[in-house]
Write a protein that binds this ligand. Sequence first.
Ligand code: SF4
Length: 98
Amino acid sequence: MRRTRKTRGKALPFTPSLDVSAWLQTHPDALIACPNQPGNLKLMPASCVKRHLTANEPRWATIGAEPFHLFVFKMNLVPCRDCKIGARLARQHKEIAA
Ligand code: SF4
């Protein structure tokens, strides 16, 4: 049995009610710009700490003949391994947690 495609009518496209750039101006510490990742990546400091800690876990340290998705994951963590920004944020995060 062939299904018929439902028409969606003339609904307006979704527009977020929050002005992101205005919000970022009032919360300048919410996101940091990563100088090492491609594409002018902006991420939360907690995410940066997670990336730095994950990059320095021994199981992600070696890159060999892996399935492609693991290879890509490990290669994306390489810039985070010796990153000074990630190390500084991880230290601060540890001090806050203690
Ligand atoms: S640890 Fe460094 S390279 Fe990794 S996301 Fe944070 S700032 Fe970017």
